[in-house]
Design a protein around this ligand. Structure first.
Ligand SMILES: [Zn+2]
Length: 155
């Protein structure tokens, strides 16, 4: 199998840990919820769905850095209990092939393109967006709610 020319960047572990500490401290913008559906609570750190009964933290994540027109903060989940960071970074996560849109950003964090993934096949879209030399990185997001899923970069 051809190895990919991009890598998956899950949520940094220190951000997941900071969210867990903030939730324990009762921060009002960090809600602890119990998953009640097998595909409703994607953890951005291990890139797995939290399973019914597992606790997750819902909090705002600055997915596009501040100070620019496309700067953005939005809600994401992480497991409330420590979980391993997604490790198969040369492989698109199996859990998030469907219902995704891929956005391309340039080096100054401006969104320059966005393509909806069709037929659960993100790879051709990733290749297409990375063909543009102006693309610095991609973000995968939920096509319905728009929530940030993960970042993708050239190797
Ligand atoms: Zn997790």
């Amino acid at each position: 199998m051809k190895t990919s020319d991009y890598r998956v960047v899950p949520l940094p572990s220190e951000i997941a840990e900071t969210a867990r500490r903030a939730a324990r401290a009762g921060a009002p913008d960090h809600a602890v919820l119990t998953a009640d559906s097998p595909t409703g609570y994607p953890c951005r750190h291990c890139l797995q769905w939290a399973q019914p009964g597992e606790e997750v933290i819902l909090f705002p994540y600055q997915s596009v850095p501040p100070g620019r027109p496309y700067s953005e903060s939005g809600p994401i989940f992480v497991h409330a209990e420590p979980c391993p960071a997604y490790a198969a970074t040369d492989k698109y996560p199996a859990n998030f092939r469907s219902h995704r849109v891929l956005r391309a950003y340039n080096a100054t964090n401006d969104m320059i393109d966005a393509v909806v993934v069709e037929n659960d096949q993100p790879e051709p879209v990733i290749a297409q967006l990375l063909e543009n030399p102006a693309t610095a990185y991609l973000q995968a997001r939920s096509v319905t709610r728009g929530c940030y899923t993960m970042r993708l970069e050239r190797k």
